[in-house]
Design a protein around this ligand. Structure first.
Ligand code: FAD
Length: 334
């Protein structure tokens, strides 16, 4: 039959898996690849395939691939998983419950239920937006949410960093080694960052502090050309001409989802993990942007998400092997 007329068969899925991976960004897809290579029966469930890579624009820092568009890198990750015949179901996981016998029941929005011996959460963390006019339209055209990813793009340019925490100040310092000038826009008169960064930004002649100001609008025809900022004390507004706006005001992990599952989270809502990517519930792992912990240096990048996905898969594999050999006591759930 010609390709043109071949009907796509609906995906036939089993009910039971060794591992269910929630999320198909770099962390989830790498976990799937490793899980399959460990010969674990694996299912990926995700809202979309590629995750944040789909918004990333050009990725220039993934080792071995000097320059690639985010969605194209996502396709490469996906095809590697497809090669190992891991099914990827497009659906949203709404709950994970204990199923007795130490297994988990994974429940989706479309009403499907799967049983898994182990679950890997790779659900990412949404970067916070300013919510001002021009931000969405110029996203990827001078507006960015990731300084380490995009700093080289601003070589010899004028750029603003928005935020007052460690990430924003680190971003300003990094950008000052590329850009000719960096405006650091913060809504308060004091930073909430380590003193070392405060010292660096206040002493750097290329960084101009714009304190007590918020961004009211980002403008430009095809790309960012200016921002309109407002003084929060006087209401006075002014325009700053520039080439880019780096928004570093934090990100939002799916706190409510994690609370519903019952895993421990940190104060920002990340899933708390140890160095093996184990959460507080035995058999549930977390990796990538959604995970944090004292043993994990937070650096939300494709390469780190992929690495953590691989570690989570190894930990799940070891757990399942120990369980099969009777080494892990079957937890008694309430
Ligand atoms: C604008 C921008 C540019 C960037 N550029 C770069 C760059 O150049 N280089 C770099 O290294 N990093 C870059 N990053 C960071 C990088 O994209 C992330 O660190 C990385 O994608 C994190 O991977 P992840 O798998 O942890 O999460 P994500 O990529 O966010 O994937 C999360 C996945 O979980 C799914 N999901 C969430 N909740 C559910 C649910 N309940 N049920 C089912 N599925 C769910 C989503 O659909 C998605 O598939 C950039 C980030 C942004 C925002």
């Amino acid at each position: 039959m010609s390709l043109k007329f071949r009907l796509l068969k609906p995906m036939k899925l089993d009910r039971e898996y060794d591992v269910v991976i929630v999320g198909a960004g770099p962390a989830g897809l790498t976990a799937a690849l490793y899980s399959a290579r460990f010969m674990l029966k694996t299912l990926v469930i995700a809202d979309d395939v590629g995750g944040t890579l789909n918004d990333a624009g050009e990725v220039d820092d993934y080792p071995g691939i000097p320059s690639i568009q985010g969605p194209d890198l996502a396709k490469k990750f996906e095809s590697h998983v497809v090669k190992y015949k891991v099914p990827i179901l497009r659906d949203t996981v709404v709950d994970i419950r204990r199923n007795g016998g130490g297994a988990f029941k994974v429940i989706t929005k479309k009403g499907k239920e799967f049983v898994a011996q182990a679950v890997i959460l790779a659900v990412g963390s949404k970067r916070r937006k300013l919510g001002v006019p021009g931000e969405d339209r110029l996203s990827g055209r001078g507006v960015t949410y990731c300084a380490p990813c995009d700093a080289p793009m601003f070589r010899g340019k004028v750029v603003a960093v928005v935020g007052g925490g460690n990430s924003a100040l680190q971003a300003a310092v990094l950008l000052s080694s590329y850009a000719n000038k960096v405006y650091l826009i913060h809504r308060r008169d004091k930073f909430r960052a380590f003193p070392v960064y405060v010292k660096l930004v206040t002493q750097d002649p290329k960084i101009e502090l714009v304190l007590n100001h918020v961004v009211a609008e980002i403008g430009g025809e095809e790309k960012v050309e200016w921002v309109r900022v407002r003084n929060v004390k006087t209401g006075e507004e002014k325009m700053i001409e520039l080439d880019g706006v780096v928004i570093e005001i934090g990100s939002e992990p799916p706190r409510e989802f994690f609370q519903k599952i019952g895993i421990e989270i940190d104060e920002k809502g990340h899933a708390l993990v140890d160095k093996e990517m184990r959460t507080s519930i035995e058999g549930i792992y977390a990796a990538g942007d959604c995970a944090a912990g004292p043993c994990k240096k937070k650096f939300d990048q494709v390469v780190t998400a992929a690495a953590e996905g691989a570690i989570a898969a190894l930990s799940a594999y070891e757990y399942i092997m120990r369980k099969k050999s009777g080494e892990v006591e079957t937890p008694t759930f309430d």
